[in-house]
Design a protein around this ligand. Structure first.
Ligand code: RET
Length: 243
């Protein structure tokens, strides 16, 4: 039998009490709006800063497209769209590393800093994916490896060579770097909490019951749009002072 709702282009049924579905829907809208905002603002910046804002827009745009699919997947299957989730992250988290690198380039950041950050973020995400899917009975083991990679990233930007470059750059770049560091330390820490709420492990006894997707959706909105706004603010300041 032909599914008429699909033939007629009607979206899958939304249950008014489905708050998880609601966060997917709002997440999709927020990412789309943020992308439009970043893309349409591009002309006002100096060439040097345009790339950074463009990358901010790409991050929220890639997320918007994934949220479009995840929203549908959740509505139709009633389960976590883990695959789409991690495809989104494996594209957007390295782009967030690119953002760090781009603002530190003025202070002479070398490409090996970029590759180091990307390498550890990929380790963090691949091991997290294994723990949520294929080896979900050993979720705490894979979560630990993922967490170690996460802490390395935190170390590198807070205390390592990225920090030194930010200090060398000083001024607005140093300020923006600081804010991004806080996003990674606090905003990114929401993800492992969601992971622990959604997987079994030694933490199950004290972790509150909750929906992993709601936690991830809130974290994505904070981090992806927040990161972009920090970059946007820096670009505005830099372009004004040059004019
Ligand atoms: C836009 C998406 C972002 C910023 C995603 C970030 C994801 C993380 C920081 C995930 C971290 C995880 C751990 C540190 C341990 C448990 C497994 C993960 C993958 C949820």
């Amino acid at each position: 039998m032909v599914d008429l709702s699909i033939a007629a282009g009607i979206t899958s049924k939304m249950d008014p009490t489905d708050y998880v579905g609601f966060t997917f829907f709002v997440g999709c809208m927020a990412m789309m709006a943020a992308s439009a905002f970043f893309f349409l603002s591009l002309n006002q910046f100096d060439k040097k800063w345009r790339t950074s804002v463009l990358v901010s827009g790409l991050i929220t745009f890639i997320a918007a497209v994934h949220y479009y699919y995840m929203r549908d997947y959740w509505a139709e299957q009633g389960e976590s769209p883990t695959f789409f989730r991690y495809v989104d992250w494996i594209l957007t988290v390295p782009l967030m590393c690119v953002e760090f690198f781009l603002i530190l380039k003025v202070a002479g950041a070398k490409q090996n800093l970029l590759w180091k950050l990307i390498f550890f973020s990929v380790i963090m995400l691949v091991t997290g994916y294994l723990g949520e899917t294929i080896y979900s009975d050993q979720a705490s083991f894979w979560g630990l490896i993922s967490g170690a990679a996460y802490f390395y990233i935190v170390y590198e930007i807070w205390l390592g060579s990225a920090k030194k470059l930010a200090v060398a750059a000083g001024g607005d770049v140093l300020k923006a770097h600081k804010v991004l560091c806080w996003f990674v330390l606090v905003g990114w820490a929401i993800y492992p909490i969601g992971y622990m709420m959604g997987t079994p492990g030694w933490y199950s006894d004290f972790m509150p019951e909750g929906n992993i997707d709601v936690v991830y959706n809130i974290a994505d909105a904070i981090n992806k749009i927040g990161f972009g706004l920090v970059i946007y603010t820096l670009a505005v300041k830099k372009s004004d002072s040059a004019a």
